[in-house]
Design a protein around this ligand. Sequence first.
Ligand SMILES: [Zn+2]
Length: 314
Amino acid sequence: MSSILIQHIAQLVNVREENQLLRGTALANLPVIEDAFVLIEDGIIAQYGHMYELELKVPQLPKYIIDADEQFVLPTWCDSHTHIVFAKTREEEFIDKLNGMSYADIAAKGGGILNSANKLNEASEYDLFNSARKRLEELSKLGTGAIEIKSGYGLTVEGELKMLRVIKKLKEKSNLSIKSTFLGAHTYPVAYKENRAGYIDSIINQMLPVIAAEKLADYIDCFCETGFFSPEEMETICKAGMSYGLKPKLHVNQLNSIGGIESAIKLNALSVDHLETMTDDDIKLLSSSNTIGTLFANGCFLLKNALPTCQAVN
Ligand SMILES: [Zn+2]
């Protein structure tokens, strides 16, 4: 057994005996132990406490001891919503934004998600894997230990499967804990602009069976927004995903409140993400559910958009 003792920690941060979802005022409570130690055995926290409890709790000290020298020890970050598999950045769209174009304007002229999709479909699985792996390494150095990664820039059967296979390979090669989310319903591809039902059919009958057979995803996602997927369409897609065991994690209420929260709660979604545009009813519904609300305030700051009509990065 390999054991590591970290001692003389100024603060051991976020010490909790129970692993449960925090809501409301509980989120404001950050339990810490001052002048602490933590013992790790085979990668698992085996013991922890105040330094004055060390002798009692760890009668036999391990060989490998790290002196924290009054520094802090805290859990790694959990990045629960990322799009780190992509072919190229789209900084050229900043110029359009600075010239006053909205997210919807840029999307309508083939920018945004469609722009990323064109670039991704031209890229090889090999290149996508290598670039995403570098991004993962950078995130790891910044303290991320667990991460969710979405597809959604393929928008074709081949493109979506390519992205998910890249994520599967990242899971195999990385030390980070990775979860994969299928986001075929990120937007309607140009080829299906006049045939939305046809694209939903492709998601359900062409993509999902392969994803399930190859175990390519843990969750299913959908961009529920005016001009993208309606709450009803999101429900249809999610129910098909759920029949394969994929739990919904959803993009809702970014630009408009169109009933996405209500549908997400009906679907017992794990999380609803973005939430820049919330009505009082949305807040009430969400606060009485088990669904996690994920806020994206930094996206608005990055794009210099003011809340609540902000337009965050997808
Ligand atoms: Zn997103």
